[in-house]
Design a protein around this ligand. Structure first.
Ligand SMILES: Cc1cc2nc3c(=O)[nH]c(=O)nc-3n(C[C@H](O)[C@H](O)[C@H](O)COP(=O)(O)OP(=O)(O)OC[C@H]3O[C@@H](n4cnc5c(N)ncnc54)[C@H](O)[C@@H]3O)c2cc1C
Length: 379
């Protein structure tokens, strides 16, 4: 049986970032990814500049979309809108995640795609992990540390804490990809946010351009397809956009992200990172920054623990404390609490100026803060 210091389940953002740091520190690291890579993942692929600090790497230009996003458009439920300059990173997850995997391999990590973790057991200070490569027999590997970075459908989290999952899918989202004739009145360098409970009762509905396609999408607990159709009609009419849907992408999970204190980082030498830890923030509509941060910090905690013998889980929890407080607080603020667009409008008017100023301030501050002190945006 092959032996590793660390086995990481999931070769996406959290998993690849953790794997790279662990391999750089000389630890025998295996990352297993169930999908064949490059793989697509339903995600808007939008982040802030500080994301590069969390990754510990500058993202090469050819890993980003041809059109970068430079401003943010916000539309209130009453149709009033404003636009502010705000630079964001824009990429597709197949290209981006594949690059992260490549740099983990360059650092010395073993990476196996098309390999699913099916089972694990804790035996005498180590884990025996069962892996199933596509169309092949199950293999077993042994490891001292196990990191579950297997996303919102985490089978490892489900095995450990089945109560964190509901019976039916929660928070469904839908994206339509459109091949258009020109851009109509839309700006390909702007991220459009539509705050309106008719389209989205989870956060905001969106429109942005990814390379040569416009993406129109939303999330809603009641008939998300109908809501996305309504939004598409609205965007097409309001911004004189002409074109056809070339791809539809739906996403739903059963993870209870709205449950109080749903973030869980692990126990003993089994750790959770990224979405599997519950770190995606439905209020901010973002999760890749917290995934990268947790990947980075779980790796640092393990490396430090090897030297000073303090349990790695204690170090990891300490490093993540502030982020967890923020995510748990945000899960209480989700839009589902608004009964009507009038109520939402009042709340937006009350909080947006304050939020805008603190976000701009934090954005400036993030330029000088070290990665583990970064303030996740919007604040
Ligand atoms: C519609 C949508 C839009 C989003 N837009 C944004 C955005 O614009 N910006 C942002 O920051 N965040 C966004 N997010 C959130 C973001 O996609 C996630 O927070 C992020 O991908 C989490 O990364 P991760 O590494 O934790 O897990 P994931 O990216 O989910 O990766 C988990 C990986 O584990 C693999 N895996 C699962 N089970 C196994 C197994 N048993 N064995 C081996 N491998 C396994 C999967 O194949 C997958 O590759 C969006 C999410 C959705 C659904």
């Amino acid at each position: 049986m092959e032996d590793f210091d660390v086995v990481i389940i999931g070769g996406s953002i959290a998993g690849s970032v953790a794997g790279r740091y662990l391999a750089e520190a000389g630890m025998r690291t295996l990352i297993v990814e169930a999908a064949k890579t490059p793989r697509e993942k339903p995600c808007s692929g939008i982040q802030f500049g500080y994301f590069e600090k969390l990754l510990g790497r500058k993202i090469p230009k050819d890993k980003l979309c041809q059109n970068q996003l430079k401003s943010l458009y916000m539309e209130y439920p009453n149709g009033k809108s404003f636009k502010v300059p705000f630079s964001m990173l824009n990429f597709t997850r197949d290209v981006f995640d594949n690059w992260l995997n490549e740099i983990a391999v360059e650092a010395g990590a073993n990476f196996r795609d098309g390999v699913r973790c099916t089972e694990f057991e804790h035996k005498q200070q180590s884990f025996i992990v069962k892996l199933r490569p596509k169309h092949q027999d199950i293999e077993q590997v042994r490891t001292k540390y196990l990191i579950a970075a297997d996303g919102l459908t985490s089978s490892i989290r489900r095995k450990l804490k089945p109560q964190d999952f509901s019976q039916k899918p929660l928070a469904p989202t839908m994206n339509y990809y459109l091949r258009t004739i020109g851009d109509g009145d839309l700006d390909p360098h702007t991220l459009y946010q539509f705050w309106n409970l008719n389209y989205n009762n989870l956060m905001f509905a969106w429109a942005y351009k990814k390379n040569d396609l416009w993406v129109i999408g939303t999330g809603h607990t009641d008939n998300v397809i109908k809501r996305c159709d309504m939004l598409l009609k609205y965007v097409k009419n309001t911004f004189r956009l002409q074109g056809d849907i070339v791809k539809r992408e739906g996403y739903a999970s059963t993870f209870r992200l709205d449950a109080p204190n749903h973030v869980f980082l692990g126990t003993n030498n089994l750790f959770f990172a990224g979405d599997a830890a519950g770190l995606v923030d439905m209020y901010r509509g973002l999760g890749m920054d917290a995934a990268a941060l947790s990947g980075r910090l779980v790796a640092k905690a393990i490396i430090k623990s090897e030297k000073n013998k303090i349990p790695a889980i204690k170090l990891y929890e300490k490093k993540m404390r502030k982020v967890i407080v923020k995510i748990n607080k945000n899960s209480e603020k989700q839009l589902l609490t608004y009964k009507s667009n009038d109520e939402l409008l009042r709340a937006l008017k009350k909080s947006f100026l304050k939020m805008g100023i603190s976000t701009l301030f934090a954005n400036l501050l993030n330029k000088i803060l070290p990665p583990n002190k970064i303030k996740l945006l919007p604040t």
